[in-house]
Write a protein that binds this ligand. Structure first.
Ligand code: ASP
Ligand code: MG
Length: 406
């Protein structure tokens, strides 16, 4: 008996016709003899509308009541899909977050799952009933409804798959899988058959927005096999698996980019022990996430220039924090730049292949693209470049690493 968790995103359940189509797809999985638990998103557009209602009444709303409102979108879909399944003669039942229960912390609006009790759901699956669960919602320590943050249904699905010890978690969406690069930019991008959790995590965190990052983290931690596939076709998608399942490792699996970057340069910071801590300490205290960092000796050799990146939404807070600490930090000038993009080359095979970064720099040099900041991890090399070169850089790198489809 194969136990599957199937997750359907907003566009896959966008209207009643789509919900009926999903029910038929589920029927084929049931007919094949599988145990099926389903996680659904709100119908597309619904969550945005609900958030809009809340904001119309009170921009500084009570987060607990916000969760009561926005969690309802998923509740509606879960009931509708359950009814659609029953109409096809399939025994089905919906389980709200509090019924399972999906326990979360009390951070309303962006709660984290603490634990899921799978026993009752497993009994129901074993008795041949399809279980339909609204994604995105859980129950906080005081028993009130909580939600997991935008895109949180992915996380619900993966966490449920872990709790149910499912054989696989299929994430149905409106793209056919994970591509070697954004197909809107690179015409020769191709769908990957398999990718490791770690690579997917890097792809997700640098802007390939197919899966919520948190969902991939949970999948990696619990070894949940994922498949990302389209509910609009019948093609196999991309499998996201543990590294030991990928036999033939490409040394580069994909090229990703993120426009959500801002660059800050502190000019002429006095170069003495402890400055870096004094700069990045207050930023961390202000919850500003610093990503790439370079330090350069300034023109006169007496001071240092420090350049780093933050997400665009953090830029203003970062500048304010630095200005407040200007006397203590003793820098001469602060410059910020939004005209930047981060390009990343990602692949687990990099661990065992030298020269990946060098090839990237050579390629960008040949294209006349100036590299402003560099950062690397074991399986990723990222560079910051001027935004107008995004397409050219991604396409050139895609070719250089042999990723172009024939
Ligand atoms: N409906 C929620 C959202 O739009 C959660 C989800 O679909 O993943 O963010
Ligand atoms: Mg989503």
């Amino acid at each position: 008996m194969t136990r599957l968790v199937l997750k359907f995103g907003g566009t896959s359940v966008g209207d009643i016709e789509r919900i009926k189509a999903v029910a038929l797809r589920v029927k084929s999985e049931v007919d094949a003899g599988n145990e099926i638990a389903i996680v659904v998103s709100a119908m597309s557009g619904v969550t945005n509308r609900l958030i809009g209602y809340v904001n119309e009444i009170a921009p500084l709303y009570d987060a607990r009541e916000y969760d009561i409102v926005v969690s309802s979108g998923e509740q509606i879909t879960s009931g509708l899909l359950t009814i659609a399944l029953q109409e096809l003669g399939i025994p089905a039942r919906s389980w709200q977050g509090w019924q399972i229960p999906v326990y979360t912390d009390d951070a309303h609006g962006k709660a984290r799952i603490r634990s899921i009790s799978g026993e009752e759901v497993i009994k129901s699956l074993q008795a041949g009933t399809v279980v339909v669960v609204p994604g995105f919602q859980g129950v906080g320590p005081d028993g009130s409804v909580s939600t997991l943050g935008r895109g949180g249904s992915d996380t619900s699905a993966v966490a449920l798959a872990a709790a149910l010890d499912a054989d696989r978690c299929d994430i149905y969406t409106d793209v056919e899988g994970i591509y070697t690069a954004d197909p809107r930019i690179v015409a020769k991008a191709h769908k990957l058959e398999k990718i490791t959790h770690e690579e997917m995590l890097e792809m997700a965190s640098v802007g390939a927005k197919v899966l919520q990052t948190r969902a991939v983290e949970i999948a990696m931690k619990h070894g949940v096999r994922l498949q990302v596939l389209s509910s609009f076709t019948n093609k196999p998608g991309t499998l996201v698996v543990d590294e030991d399942e990928v036999v033939e490792q490409e040394f580069v699996s994909g090229i990703a980019y993120s426009r959500d970057e801002a660059k800050i340069t502190l000019v002429k910071v006095s170069d003495r022990p402890g400055v870096a801590a004094r700069i990045f300490g207050p930023l961390a205290d202000a919850s500003v996430n610093v990503d790439m960092i370079v330090q350069n000796v300034s023109d006169d050799g007496k001071a240092t220039d420090l350049t780093f990146t933050v997400t665009r939404s953090d830029l203003e807070r970062a500048i304010e924090t630095l200005n407040q600490n200007k006397n203590d930090l003793g820098y001469e000038d602060l410059r910020s730049d939004l005209n930047v993009v981060k390009i990343s080359v990602i692949g687990v095979g990099m661990r065992s292949h030298a020269g990946v970064a060098q090839r990237m720099f050579k390629c960008l040099g040949d294209e006349g693209v100036n590299v402003q900041v560099i950062s690397t991890s074991e399986i990723k090399v990222s560079v910051l470049i001027a935004e107008e070169f995004t397409e050219r850089a991604v396409r050139a790198l895609h070719t250089v690493y042999g990723l172009d489809a024939e």
